[in-house]
Design a protein around this ligand. Structure first.
Ligand code: GLN
Length: 378
């Protein structure tokens, strides 16, 4: 047997969460909230189960859910998408990303990926025979150097993956970035995979620059979204993908034989919950408060925060505390200080180490407080 992914180990999220559990550390590593979702959403799902909505949903997702999502896209991004042909409900954002890559990428196809990169992108490309073309984001601002992007495009470049708000850095793309992307993607006929799972977690009054706002991007993009990340239900594994009908038709050919369809009662619950825009319109300020709370608690520490404009992550440099590599530091922090984080080198293929760790602030105020009490001691 020859491994298709010889260089891939266990995802850093599993590794750090397991280490946190083993040492009873406060887990600010893997990105998930430690507070519950609303009773209203849970009641809606319960009700759907009680009403007997317990068999297979239609393969692309429940029509009522896709319709409410089309209305949300219209409201937020001023774009009409066809609920019938352009939206597919998926078991989570990571699955939606894999499916888009599997739909488009075959042996020798090059895919542009910016690093630091969410850890599934590269293995997803490799397992489909594609070739990741890695482009570093600038440090420490983590912006895209579009001149560098242009210089790395070849006749084999098929796809470019963007992620805004960005995991792990919390950087966000600006309108100018999307315009540049629009231009480059048109010129070289690229497919865009836009990971927007943190779409509602954009801070300081900034706008979320979705590809859905740009008609010339929309017609060549797969945009990926997550219910888990925004409604505090990561364990439900629910997300969705939006793409133009001709791409979505191909996507569904793959999706129908990967998982066929997504669980029914939760789709009913989410369809009803999404009738109320305040359920997502309150999210930016809710998460911004978490970021600000964490930052103010950490002011007393010797960690240096890098700017977080979105997502639920805060990067911190620790060079005033230690000169260890970030993996060693994160392990020691978990075992000795009792706070788990993610070493950012895990998001670089070559392990580039800027002595930065990622903390997830999607936690109860009291959890952040307890974690900060430990971190300021260092
Ligand atoms: N997206 C989450 C994070 O960055 C983790 C997702 C996962 O564990 N697969 O922490």
């Amino acid at each position: 047997f020859t491994s298709k992914l010889p260089d891939v180990g266990t995802t850093i999220f599993s590794v750090m969460s397991a280490l946190a559990a083993q040492h009873q550390a406060i887990n600010l590593s893997q990105g998930f909230p430690d507070f519950d979702t609303s009773d209203e959403l849970k009641d809606l799902v319960n009700m759907a189960m009680q009403k007997g909505f317990n068999q297979y949903a239609p393969m692309p997702g429940l029509p009522a859910l896709r319709e409410v999502l089309a209305a949300k896209v219209q409201r937020l991004y001023g774009t009409s998408v066809n609920a019938d042909t352009e939206i597919t409900i998926t078991p989570g954002g990571t699955y939606a990303i894999f499916t888009a890559i599997a739909t488009c990428i075959g042996p020798g196809d090059e895919v542009i990926i910016f690093e630091p990169a969410y850890d599934s992108y590269i293995p997803n490309v490799l397992v489909n025979g594609g070739v990741p073309v890695l482009i570093p984001l600038s440090y420490p601002d983590y912006y895209i150097d579009w001149a560098l992007v242009k210089s790395r495009i070849t006749t084999r470049t098929k796809m470019i993956i963007i992620n805004t708000p960005h995991n792990p850095t919390g950087s966000i793309l600006k309108a100018g970035d999307l315009q540049m992307l629009e231009h480059i993607a048109e010129l070289h006929n690229l497919i865009v995979l836009s990971d927007e799972v943190y779409e509602h977690l954009v801070f300081d009054g900034a706008t979320h620059e979705s590809v859905l706002r740009y008609p010339n991007l929309l017609k060549r993009s797969f945009a990926v979204f997550s219910f888990g990340k925004v409604f505090h239900i990561t364990g439900w594994k629910m997300g969705y993908c939006i793409a133009p009908a001709h791409l979505m038709a191909e996507y569904r050919k793959v999706h129908q034989y990967l998982c066929f369809s997504v669980n029914t009662p939760m789709q009913h619950g989410l369809a009803a919950f999404l009738q109320y825009p305040e359920h997502y319109e309150t999210l930016p300020s809710f998460f911004q408060q978490k970021r600000d709370h964490f930052l103010s608690l950490m002011k007393e520490s010797r960690f240096t925060p890098l700017p977080s404009h979105g997502s639920y992550f805060q990067l911190m440099k620790y060079d005033r505390i230690s000169n260890e590599g970030d993996k060693d530091f994160a392990v020691r922090l978990t075992k000795e200080a009792g706070v788990a984080s993610i070493p950012v080198s895990a998001f670089y293929q070559d392990g580039k180490d800027d002595h930065v760790v990622r903390f997830c602030f999607a936690k109860q105020d009291e959890t952040l407080q307890r974690a900060a009490e430990r971190l300021v001691e260092l």
